[in-house]
Design a protein around this ligand. Structure first.
Ligand code: NAD
Ligand code: ZN
Length: 359
């Protein structure tokens, strides 16, 4: 059976296209009483972008903090804040939820738009296709590129038990605003880590057993763009990185990520390490799985003057190591993609433990 998946239905791309957001939203505003919810990364609370967000007097703007990657409790809290605002007004759902920020803020926007129309806690929906009702119209405006969260059908959340996305067709954004000018600001190391998330998506997709012409076409182009950005640089780097992220996301939409992502999820769950840097930490030890990719990654790291934290796992308590292995092993499709149907015989707990303890 072939997957019949949903894509973002509208996309605008170009330097300065963020200025069109007001018009795009105007078409979705029902009447004078209805409102939009903006979830904006609080890194912009003192930034000039703040004054460019087209917030009307009836709208709700929530600054979101992403010091920790999105947790289910935080999503539930934000959803409650929107509900309180609804009650104080007409009681109606918002006309839209707009996420502005990196992968974390975008995932929060996706999750809130889903939870406004689906009862219970967001932790109840971590998994595949558990969402019943369509989300509120939701818009993605990336300010950091690499995760592919702007095009994916998941919102990655850390819950009480697991780090796992809410994967569903309803998770996919309705509108994407890709303005390369917005990604010029992140610190260089952050830009690199998140950019490498995209690079690693492509390496894992292209080396995987799930590969097909659809994923290969997007993956190869995204990989080339990453190399241009991180090895050559140049004035169009932000435009290219933004498209690499999009294409990398499209590549894994029809394949899967692999060993690095599985291990990175464990690092993130136990140590709270962010996804991009967690991937970089893990990837550097995965030469036997991705020889070319790892060698090129080291070259890019050197070229960009990036250093990775070392000995992150050293001396870890055994219960934490066990938890990390549990989290990694639960990601079965990732292992199957990397190692084939017989992966359980290859990737034992001992083998994962040994990999982790090198990091
Ligand atoms: P992030 O969103 O966590 O942001 C990292 C840091 O960069 C934060 O401090 C943020 O405030 C800051 N930042 C963002 N934009 C900035 C800008 N323009 N200028 C200055 N600072 C800026 O980082 P990320 O790597 O984009 O996202 C990681 C998150 O994405 C993780 O939670 C991960 O689980 C998730 N993710 C989701 C998917 C998906 O398909 N949904 C895929 C991969 C990763
Ligand atoms: Zn990733």
């Amino acid at each position: 059976m072939f997957r019949n998946f949903r894509l973002v239905s509208q996309v605008v791309f170009g330097r300065g296209c963020f200025n069109q957001l007001d018009d795009i939203l105007a078409a979705k505003r029902e009447d004078a009483e209805s409102f939009m919810v903006f979830l904006v990364d609080d890194v912009f609370s003192e930034h000039s972008l703040r004054d460019r967000v087209p917030v009307k007097s009836q709208d709700l703007l929530l600054w979101v903090n992403v010091d920790d990657e999105p947790k289910t409790v935080y999503v539930d809290e934000l959803t409650d804040q929107v509900r309180v605002y609804m009650k104080a007004g007409s009681g109606r759902l918002p006309d839209g939820v707009i996420g502005i920020g990196g992968g974390s803020a975008l995932d929060l926007a996706k999750a809130v738009s889903l939870m406004l129309t689906n009862a219970g806690s967001s932790a109840d929906y971590q998994g595949w296709d558990l969402i019943r009702n369509p989300a509120v119209y939701h818009v993605s405006i990336p300010t950091l590129s690499g995760t592919g969260a702007e095009v994916s059908r998941t919102t990655v959340l850390t819950g009480p038990e697991k780090k796992l996305g809410i994967n569903s067709d309803h998770t996919v954004f309705d509108q994407l605003v890709l303005d390369p000018e917005l990604i010029s600001g992140p610190p260089a190391d952050q830009r690199f880590y998140t950019g490498m998330d995209c690079y690693i998506h492509c390496v894992e997709s292209l080396a995987g057993t799930f590969l097909n012409a659809f994923s290969k076409s997007y993956g190869e182009k995204a990989l080339d763009l990453c190399k241009e950005v991180f090895l050559e640089g140049g004035p169009e780097s932000d435009d290219k990185l933004m498209m690499a992220s999009y294409f990398g996301g499209m590549s894994i939409a029809y394949s899967q990520v692999g060993v690095c992502h599985a291990l990175s999820y464990g690092l993130s769950f136990v140590f709270g390490i962010h996804h991009g840097i967690g991937n970089c930490i893990a990837f550097d030890y995965l030469e036997e799985f991705y020889p070319e990719g790892v060698s090129e990654f080291r070259h890019m790291m050197e070229k960009n003057g990036v250093e990775l934290p070392r000995n992150v796992v050293a001396g870890i308590e055994s219960d934490k190591l066990d938890k990390m292995i549990d989290v990694a092993l639960a990601l079965e499709p990732l292992w199957e993609n990397s190692l084939g149907a017989d992966w359980k015989r290859i990737m034992t707990r001992d083998r994962i433990s040994e990999l982790y303890q090198r990091m």
